[in-house]
Design a protein around this ligand. Structure first.
Ligand code: SF4
Ligand code: FES
Length: 376
């Protein structure tokens, strides 16, 4: 007869569930879902050994277990602490946790640049969400932020060391997916930095996945940089017959253009299936893919917040009343911007788009007008 894993009862924020022994508090809280779930910046269920680095998942254990009901003296990292039978945990219901989490966010932002307006991760950055939901609105530090010399880590991935929060996810992903460790965290303490060993470029057919696991904008996709804001694109699930990976991906499209290809992520923002570099970086035509339909983006992302249609349809008079005029909430971006229009196929520009692309476009248009004028 096979031995069954015993079940433990655990109460988190006054909700009791039963989970198999050995489950961490974080995963038990994920079973419940919602605000009961502590945020996690370094833990990643698909990466062995992850967790225990960032302290965003701290919780208060107010009762250790049925056998030993003493509370734990300090807040504990929920991603690394397993449940005991009868344990009682406080997450959002603990003022201590709320206060400590503010401190953790402040710590993570000590050296992080506030460059969200130009960061490609904006809109899907876990640190942005974390500071919005758990941080404080001011900073107490006046020190200069740490800076690093720029390092080129290869053709496809852009590294911004200043944005790195040293969560180690990319190091675990590179170790476990590629079987060939090419980068890591060098030095320790406040000298720690993410780097390739002796400037070695990250070359492996699965290395693009480090972009997806990075919770901040420290690792971004060079083929997508500065091409579009993520909330202007529409995510769709698609697949292709790929000899290297499952070929199941998410395309970030605007009209017919495929701006970016990523792995599909679950509701915790974790990759469902790893994808290869070929799918991610080289298949940027809609015709390369079989499109399955719109992706379900259901947690945190600004993309899922960007559907104004319902609100406008439901209460149009109220909107007018509040702002005193008829708002133009829904408009075609192409009416007011040359971006992504006519000659400019942003997704096809090799590298980041900058003013030269638009000047060239203006010039071409001007010349065409002159030509038409001459032919009249
Ligand atoms: S580069 Fe990103 S994934 Fe890697 S350690 Fe830094 S924050 Fe984490
Ligand atoms: S998610 Fe638990 S310490 Fe980072």
């Amino acid at each position: 007869m096979s031995e069954q894993t015993p079940k433990f009862k655990v109460t988190i924020d006054n909700i009791t569930i039963e989970v198999p022994a050995g489950t961490t508090i974080l995963n038990a809280a994920r079973e419940i879902g919602g605000d009961v779930t502590p945020p996690a910046m370094c833990y990643y269920s698909k990466l062995e050994g992850s967790g225990g680095k960032c302290r965003t998942c701290l919780v208060e254990v107010s009762k250790g277990s049925e056998k030993d009901p003493r509370p734990m003296p300090k807040l504990v990292a929920s991603c690394r602490t397993t449940v005991m039978d009868g344990m009682e945990v406080k997450n959002m219901t603990s003022p201590k946790v709320v206060e400590a989490r503010k401190g953790v966010v402040e710590m993570q932002l000590l050296n992080h640049p506030l460059d969200c307006p130009v960061c490609d991760q904006a809109g899907e950055c876990h640190l942005q969400d974390l500071s919005y939901e758990h941080g404080s609105s001011t900073t107490r530090t006046e020190f200069e932020r740490t800076t690093f010399s720029q390092e080129d880590i290869g053709e496809y991935i852009q590294l911004h060391k200043t944005r790195c929060i040293l969560c180690y996810r990319c190091v675990f992903a590179a170790n476990q997916l590629t079987g060939k460790r090419e980068h890591g965290v060098l030095m320790r303490g406040d000298h720690a930095e993410i780097s390739t060993f002796i400037g070695k470029a990250l070359e492996n057919e699965f290395i693009g996945n480090v972009i997806d696991v990075c919770p901040v904008g420290a690792l971004t996709d060079k083929t997508f940089r500065f091409k579009n804001r993520v909330w202007f694109t529409k995510p769709v699930d698609a697949h292709r017959n790929c000899p290297t990976c499952s070929g199941k991906t998410r395309l970030w499209m605007r009209g017919e253009e495929v701006f970016r290809v990523t792995a599909r992520k679950d509701k915790w923002g974790e990759v469902e299936e790893w994808i290869c570099n070929d799918c991610r970086f080289h298949k940027k035509q809609a015709s390369d893919w079989v499109i399955e339909g719109p992706s379900k983006i259901d947690r945190h992302s600004v993309i899922s917040q960007n559907h104004y249609q319902g609100a406008v349809e439901a209460q149009p008079e109220l909107v007018n009343e509040i702002i005193g005029k008829n708002p133009k909430l829904l408009f075609d971006i192409h009416e007011v911007s040359d971006v992504n229009r006519e000659e400019i196929d942003l997704s096809k520009i090799n590298g980041p788009a900058h003013s030269d692309n638009f000047l060239a476009n203006q010039k071409a248009k001007h010349e065409r007008k002159l030509k038409v004028g001459r032919n009249k």
